[in-house]
Write a protein of this length. Sequence first.
Length: 416
Amino acid sequence: MKWAGRLFDARDTLVRTVLLDLSGLCYLTVGTHAGLPPTATQWVLAVVAFALTLVLHRRPLANLAVQAGLLAVAIPLVDDLTINQVGASWALLEVTMRARRARTIWLATGLLAVVDLTDSLGDSVGRFASGVFGLTLEVGVPVLLGLLIRTNRELGRQAVERAKAEQRRHESESRAARADERSAIARELHDVVAHHVASMVLRVGVARHVLTDLDPRVGEVFDDVHGTGTAALAEMRRLVTVLRDPDGVRGDAALTAIEPSALPAALGATVDRARQAGITVEADIDPAVGSLDAVRGLAVLRLTQEALTNVARHAGTSALAHLVVAVHDGAVHWEVSDNGRGAVPAAVPSGGGHGITGMRERVEVLGGRLEAGRAGAGWRVRTVLPAVASAPTGTPAVLVPRDHEAPAGAPTPEPA
């Protein structure tokens, strides 16, 4: 059935015409009516029919008119009308398959029927009735076959439209489900997480105000906690706003963004915060990061925050960390490494975290490759975020859990 469907495809009229002409040539050379060789008139009419069929293969109505005319000429001139009858019948089939209006089909059918019946004019009643019956083969079969092909095409078109409508409905339901999930997350962030963070910020502010005679180092810690909490609240409010209005962003990678010109200052603030926690950070930040697009800029900032937090948790607050952010040919080369020799804090939160997993997912969305693993006595996380125009999608990431190959006697670290 596949080859039949392809044969009668509207785009393959030339193929059908060539096959029809070749079969006609074979009939004239090896299988004429009554075994007699074709006459010169029969050859002329056949060649003209073949040539015009090829020329008019994209104009079915014109081809039908020409073939019907040739059949009308052939009726009084030749005894074997097979070539011209088949040509006219095939032209009617093409009209039936491709006509836009039903009236065109029935007018074409009537035209060919009238031309065929001229061969029976003046005959006896019996011969005229035989000619009428012959119309079922010469006219009826092409029309029925053409209508069947039209019906199959229409059913196929309707099936495609139903599939597209079902896909659109599924996509609409998926968008609605994602919107519901975003709303639920936004409510939880606002009602639970933001509430507790706001309470902590308020309590720290009260303590800073009440306890006036503090050691300067304790005051710095209070100020840092208060500033960090305030920044977290601002980020959370921004995220809640985006979650409640997902149409305002261009996908999950752009849930939040950062102005490109603000990225160097944001990276500097992250490094300063890590240094305040006791980590020695050597930062090598390319000034060109200020020209990155907002999505990759945000990714660099979040990767840096997560990596330096992991250094504090796993290598210790007195570790030496090295941050490198460079831009080469539009690609961002990012790396954070540490010497693994700091004093590990006594209280490391228990349970598996999702920091490395989140870093990997963020990098994959942008077409990069995340590498995390041992580097000497310490740890190194690095990636390359491709230029926007050439970033591949779906690149697999290399992920090595940080708790592998831990030094003897060291507590088992967990990813943040």
